[in-house]
Design a protein around this ligand. Sequence first.
Ligand code: TPP
Ligand code: MG
Length: 388
Amino acid sequence: MSSPRSATTRGGGRAGRSVAPQPPVVASGTESTTSLTREQRLELYYWMRLTRSLEERLVNLYRQTKVVGGLFRSLGQEADAVGSAYALRKGDILSPLIRNLGSMLVKGATPLEILKQYMAKSDSPTRGRELNIHFGDTERGFIGQISPLGDMVPVMAGVTLTFKMRGEDRVGLVYVGDGATSTGAFHEGINFAAVQRCPLVVVIENNGYAYSTPTSKQTAAERLVDKAIGYGIPGERADGNDVIATYEATKRAVDRARRGGGTSIVELMSYRRKGHAEHDNQSYVPEGEIERWAAENDPIDRYIARLLNEGVGAEEMSSIDARVVREIDSATDIAERSGVPEPLDALIGVYADPPEEKPLWFREGKRAAVEENERPEGWGTYDISGDV
Ligand SMILES: Cc1ncc(C[n+]2csc(CCOP(=O)(O)OP(=O)(O)O)c2C)c(N)n1
Ligand SMILES: [Mg+2]
């Protein structure tokens, strides 16, 4: 079922087909089936609630100027991040993006680490040198991301090629947005992984926008999952706002990769309800679009309805909500007490022994290195007229 179209943008301008993204809205009551246990299904609820509440806390801190960089939300996409990461097991490696806070939490990143990162504290995982969720831990199974779109695909092709060459029973998962699928790195990486039959799952999070560019202006392809055909690999599209459907589709791809079936694509249909980052006022979004997705296709609301339907008591979910608040409150208190980095901390972990390094020439007050020792005698004095 596709969602109704709106003709005006939030800013009042006209919006034709090429402006409004139209990922399908899936009606509730059409949720997929699963063999996950009751305990596992409640765990999924916990991770989604933790993701949303932690981001809400970050927004509060951002407005108090305690979050010192940009703030990237995954509001409305919690199911796609959590459900897909939940399909991995210990030893598998995941390469997240800025909107995959939920995936990192599932893989063992803690709210305290996330808060310290965003607040650039000296004891954050990157010691205040990087903000947001740009950090990794291969022990826990998530690697540090880099910003260039699509570039983690060739990186993960390499990571998963090592799994194959060493005969390890491990799988890699790399996230890309709809925007990232237009890059050369995406193409080269996925093609290489497909040819080498790397145990890699490429999850395309189709959230309708890349910055202000709607998917309809991003690509002429009807469905991003169809790109799999060009690489000769399997692809599956799933409802990214149904956490169970997301989990099941990703699990099929993960199991296939683990069995030696190589690389595949999973396209998860979702919607970016906030701007690219907190500063983005979304003036380019057709009027009513965000509100409609919030009212009709919120992944957490849908999951609560499903769990209630399956006999889970409302009080069980309330107690998970209370646990989440307690965890975030206590992590916030600790993060706020942490100190800020000293300027010299910027060198720690970058150079082997910074104080003993010879200062770089431009820090010694010289105008140029050539003034000292690189200018050959007679340089610049050769008289070409003598040869004529
Ligand atoms: C190669 C490259 N081009 C441009 C950018 C700037 N940029 C950062 S995020 C972004 C939009 C990403 O959109 P998408 O891939 O759909 O992911 P989403 O933000 O929707 O999760 C752009 C254009 C970049 N980081 N790398
Ligand atoms: Mg996008």
